[in-house]
Ligand binder design. Sequence first.
Ligand code: TYM
Length: 334
Amino acid sequence: MEKEKKVLFSGMQATGNLTLGNYLGALKNWVTLSDEYECYYSVVDMHSITVRQDPAVLRKRARALLTLYIAAGIDPEKNCIYYQSHVSGHAELAWILNCFTYMGELNRMTQFKDKASKHADNINAGLFTYPVLMAADILLYQADVVPVGIDQMQHLELTRDIAQRFNAIYGDVFTVPEAYIGKVGAKIMSLQDPTRKMSKSDENPNASIYLMDDPDTIRRKCKRAVTDSEAQILYRPEQPGVKNLLDIYCACTNKTPEEAVREFDGCGYGQLKEAVGEAVVGVLSPLQQRVRELEKDKAYIDGVIKMNAEKAAYTANKTLRKVQKKVGFPERIR
Ligand code: TYM
């Protein structure tokens, strides 16, 4: 049967303080795409425990992230916003897909290598099979499209390979998903080292703008951003610091890099940094205000969590039962 609307799936980890990179690379596009697709937006708390977490902090951050999805403009009546851990199908499908994924494929994942080097005292099997759980997330909902930042591309390629491998053996079981990468903002770089991505886990707080930073902090971080000595505002890879500031500016103002370069013609870096700071404040301040208002309405958020977990589980179970049957698990007796 033809699906009425194409399906979109994406998720974010409730680990650390979310950065402007998470917002501009992912969340902002989620909002734009939410009318066009049937959307599932998950708070991927199961992925979070691949790194040690304080349970109380994780619970709090997971709820804050779910609230942020709504505050950003995703309507929970029309879209399914839920916690990954509330739908057991994610873990069940991940186990099956583990049996269709090769060690060699997982060994090549750059995020695994990176995280393993950062957490050398805890290189657990979950960290290694993390991309398989991500594939299960996506394939459970038969997603057509997955909006992510560039750093998740390798995981998405693996998801496609697993889906195609499974389909080649058992017939058309999974939709093979496509990545959706935004035109600007797909890779926001560190403000202190523009050759590295802006990351929640950066030890230097000046490297990242956090979504809940106050306006003065945002302005100060922009002012301190590393640029170069070229003294010209052009959008080109030879000037990664300036390019990153222009990317942030464009993603916040919905302008193109060409428009921005024209606008800053003849300006100094100080003026550019000031304009970027104001553009970011203009986006984040109203978002923070909505988060604070929503946080007060406990009953509303609780209602969203309950209703959407049921909806997600219903869809997930349909795929899961089909997959279980295909691989030969005995039928349930009712
Ligand atoms: P996570 O939680 O690290 O990041 C969430 C989203 O933010 C994007 N992102 C960025 N985009 C641009 N510039 C940056 N500096 C930047 N930093 C992060 C990420 O690309 C991502 O889209 N494994 C995923 C979560 C996940 C998932 C999924 C995503 C689990 N299951 C299924 C999509 C579909 C992750 O750790 O993202």
